[in-house]
Design a protein around this ligand. Structure first.
Ligand SMILES: *Cc1c(COP(=O)(O)O)cnc(C)c1O
Length: 376
């Protein structure tokens, strides 16, 4: 991928769909063969919801979650030529006043409060047939989902669910990736109590990190996101997932500089000794976060080189004084994310998580999908 001899003319992202498939199978194995749903919200964490979902259909995935109605509608469109049973697409935001559009796209809303339950029941009444939905209970994250008091109301008045076919009962873990946290087990206990009262359909609570907690969290269906895209499910453990995203950008200019040369905006870095500097065609406008300025590394021909000075809008500077000068010229491919530069390391240098790096991958990058075993 980082062949320094082949000139690169523009920055590009390569998404390895075989790696997505391998990650899906690894998670399925961990779940004792129960195939999880796939989180493809935010355009598949920036990797492309359509190509990812099409490949996961081949791998036996039948349920996809998106956050927004519009994401659900475009995914339904992208999967429309799929042969076989129509995959289920669930919308985490719920109907949000767009019940008719949701139904027209054959999308399944996640119902997060009594208002949404009411909306969906009204939609079912108006079309005169039961409509599928998922019920989302808040068990401690306090973000989205029926709060305890509303869950109690639903228990007391089951009629509120008339016309709603509950195919899925879910909750979301706030701290599954926090080593030693007691919150996941508290949430699981609350969820199990709710599940007794709402035994319909499938139950789910585990995100990527939750899959790597005890099997008690696996329930009927897990909902991994970041692990499918190669992010480490547990920050304190070796990452068992395959890298999915490779980001490469060309060197635009390289130059010899003397000792004590100031580099970039604010002159935050000065060379200690004479060296060679490469200026690379990516920047914070491409989602290469400015907070990683002066931190982190790239890889050139598999050899690591430090980012120096401030990351600017379109460019970053890299000290390549230790590399063979013949390998470092305009057009040389620089690996910013990939096998030699895991996305989790990029994220931690920028003070964030892999999810934010991937969902910010810029629109100026050329995108390529790689798949050795299946056409898309
Ligand atoms: C985003 C999301 C997930 C997936 O989380 P990861 O940590 O990326 O695996 C699962 N469930 C819900 C409700 C989510 O919003």
């Amino acid at each position: 991928m980082t062949d320094g001899r082949q000139a690169l003319t523009r920055a590009r992202v390569t998404i390895d769909l075989d790696a997505v498939a391998a990650n899906y199978q690894l998670l399925t194995d961990r779940l004792n063969g129960r195939r999880p749903a796939a989180m493809v919200k935010a355009d598949g964490y920036g990797t492309g919801a359509g190509p990812v979902a099409r490949r996961l259909l081949v791998e036996g995935c039948r349920r996809f979650f998106v956050a927004r109605l519009d994401e659900g509608l475009s995914l339904r469109h992208e999967l429309s030529d799929h042969e076989g049973p129509e995959p289920e697409i669930l919308v985490l935001d719920g109907p949000l006043g767009s019940s008719a559009e949701m139904r027209a796209g054959n999308l399944v809303p996640v119902l997060n409060d009594l208002g949404q339950v009411e909306q969906w029941r009204a939609e079912a009444t108006s079309v005169g047939r039961p409509l599928a939905a998922a019920l989302h209970f808040d068990t401690g994250m306090t973000r989205l989902g029926l709060p305890t008091s509303q869950a109690a109301t639903l228990m007391e008045e089951p009629r509120l669910l008339d016309g709603i076919e509950v195919g899925h009962v879910m909750s979301h873990l706030a701290s599954a990736d926090v080593p030693g946290s007691s919150q996941p087990s508290q949430q699981l206990t609350r969820f199990q109590a709710l599940r007794q009262r709402f035994p319909q359909g499938l139950a789910s609570i585990a995100n990527s990190a939750g899959i790597f907690l005890a099997p008690d969290y696996h329930l009927d269906l897990a909902r991994p996101g970041i692990a499918l895209y190669g992010g480490a499910p547990q920050p304190d453990r070796p990452n068992p997932m395959e890298a999915v995203v490779t980001l490469e950008a060309p060197i635009v200019q390289s130059q010899r500089v003397e000792a004590n040369t100031a580099i970039g905006y604010g002159a935050t870095h000065s060379t200690e000794q004479a060296t060679i500097l490469a200026t690379v065609a990516t920047g914070y406008a491409d989602g290469y976060l400015r907070s990683a300025s002066g931190l982190g590394t790239v890889a050139i021909g598999g050899v690591s080189a430090p980012i120096v000075g401030r990351i600017s809008m379109d460019l970053i500077a890299v000290d390549v004084g230790h590399l063979d000068p013949n390998e470092v010229h305009p057009g040389t491919a620089v690996e910013l994310i990939g096998p030699n530069r895991p996305v989790d390391e990029v994220a931690s240098d920028a003070g964030t998580i892999a999810n934010e790096i991937l969902t910010n991958l810029g629109s100026r990058y050329e995108r390529r999908y790689r798949s050795r075993t299946h056409s898309q």
